[in-house]
Design a protein around this ligand. Structure first.
Ligand SMILES: NC(=O)c1ccc[n+]([C@@H]2O[C@H](COP(=O)([O-])OP(=O)(O)OC[C@H]3O[C@@H](n4cnc5c(N)ncnc54)[C@H](O)[C@@H]3O)[C@@H](O)[C@H]2O)c1
Ligand SMILES: [Zn+2]
Length: 398
């Protein structure tokens, strides 16, 4: 149908407006992004207007800044060295790292004020350096300031480099609801620097690997085998193995978003959320003491067992999946899985309903029919969920 064709019935004339906007952005993998001779960042800034000095403001995760005491000075020195191409409008602005920044909407307004004070316009850059939480909050700020300023993400955790950072979503929490306020807004660019990840604490290094196991299970059996084969190096955080995991996982996420047919999640299916329905609930039930990746690992194991119990997946495959996760350092049990409501209902099962409500539409859960093959179902049997939980519990028994 041509644009603006006209349909008429007896009461109404309808003009159809129709246009398509292609999205593209680079995802770069590098090391030592702020080494003076690394031109990735300034090349990125210059992509559209090569002969210009680009105004940029950096929001920096304070947890990262604490872990890398020379980072702020390194960034300032980098900007000074490349002053012909980058105009850092102020020193990097520290923002709270972790879920804190997403849990108080005031931080969003504060960052908008900062962009306003420094006259960041639609041709300037708001750059976020930090974990997934900081990227989510700054992404929302960038997407809504002037209806969208150019936004560069520099993810610094395993999870944000291999999953959230390469995605197209942002958001913060409100009314106690996770990601209640947010937009779909592809960034201008994503720059992944492995050296940030190497400085991360062990717990966060392990947690981020859950998303790689997840995407391998639903999309790529060969990648799952690679993870099994390299589990020793991954469990000891070998740089090469970790960098390969991040890159491969990011590629698979990019492929799903770019070619899965629903980048802005208009439909009910959320294939990348395998293992996530119970994970989201578990995070909330433990007031985020359990990290996202840690909860996802448990959710993966739960849904693998459920897949077996419901006859989709061959028995024994769930044990293989659990073995890999445990080898990587995950614990596949948390007592909050057994928490019940005042009415005696399992909280995680209530979480299933909340998961559907958050997405809207029909309940769609991805399960497994094989290693590397996700299948969608639209119903979950509470009894089988309970049996899966009991199975996980029994596996942890001494
Ligand atoms: N937008 C999406 O599509 C999407 C997808 C998945 C997850 N997420 C979100 O991502 C968030 C989790 O992100 P995360 O796992 O990256 O953790 P995080 O952002 O919560 O960071 C964890 C901790 O690590 C610190 N930190 C960050 N980088 C560091 C580094 N290199 N060295 C030392 N400390 C560092 C932070 O200050 C924080 O204290 C959640 O809010 C989740 O909802 C978003
Ligand atoms: Zn996730």
């Amino acid at each position: 149908m041509a644009t603006q064709d006209v349909k008429t019935n007896t009461q109404t004339t309808t003009h159809w407006q129709r246009f398509a906007v292609p999205f593209e952005f680079p995802v770069c993998f590098t090391e030592n992004l702020f080494a003076l001779d690394n031109t990735t960042l300034v090349d990125t800034l210059s992509r559209i207007e090569p002969d210009k000095r680009h105004r940029a403001l950096i929001f920096l995760d304070d947890g990262l800044a604490q872990a890398s005491p020379t980072l702020i000075e390194d960034i300032v020195a980098y900007a000074t060295h490349h002053a012909d191409r980058i105009d850092l409008v102020t020193r990097p602005v520290l923002v709270p790292g972790g879920e804190k920044i997403k849990s108080d909407i005031h931080f969003v307004e504060q960052m908008q004020q900062t962009l306003y004070d420094h006259r960041i316009d639609r041709h300037s850059y708001a750059i976020a350096i930090g974990g997934g939480a900081v990227l989510d909050a700054v992404g929302l700020v960038a997407a809504t300031t002037h209806r969208g300023v150019r936004h560069i993400r520099i993810p610094t955790t395993v999870l944000s480099q291999n999953d959230s950072g390469v995605g197209v979503k942002n958001g913060v929490n409100l009314y106690g609801a996770k990601n209640y306020i947010g937009t779909f807004a592809p960034p201008f660019a994503v720059l992944n620097d492995i050296s940030f990840v190497m400085g991360l604490g062990e717990r966060d290094k392990i947690a981020g690997m859950a998303e790689a196991v997840k995407v391998a299970l639903i999309r790529n059996g060969a990648f799952f085998q690679w993870l099994e084969k390299n589990a020793d190096q991954l469990a000891t955080f070998g740089k090469e193995a970790l960098a390969t995991l991040i890159r491969r996982c990011a590629e698979l996420h990019m492929h799903q978003i770019g070619h899965g047919g629903d980048p802005f999640e208009m439909g009910s299916a959320r294939p990348l959320d395998y293992g996530h329905w119970s994970a989201h609930k578990l995070e909330g039930l433990t007031r985020y003491h359990v990290r996202h990746g840690e909860a996802v690992a448990i959710g993966i194991a739960l849904d693998a067992r459920y897949s077996v119990l419901s006859g989709l997946l061959d028995a024994g495959q769930e044990t293989r999946i659990c073995f890999l996760l445990e080898h990587l350092g995950f614990k596949l049990w948390h007592p909050a899985l057994e928490k019940t409501t005042a009415e005696g209902e399992l909280e995680v099962i209530v979480g299933l309903q909340e998961f559907r409500e958050h997405l809207g539409g029909e309940l769609t859960i991805t399960l497994l029919s094989d290693i590397g093959v996700g299948v969608e179902v639209h119903e979950m049997d509470s009894n089988l969920v309970m049996q899966s939980i009991q199975w996980l519990k029994a596996r942890q028994a001494p």
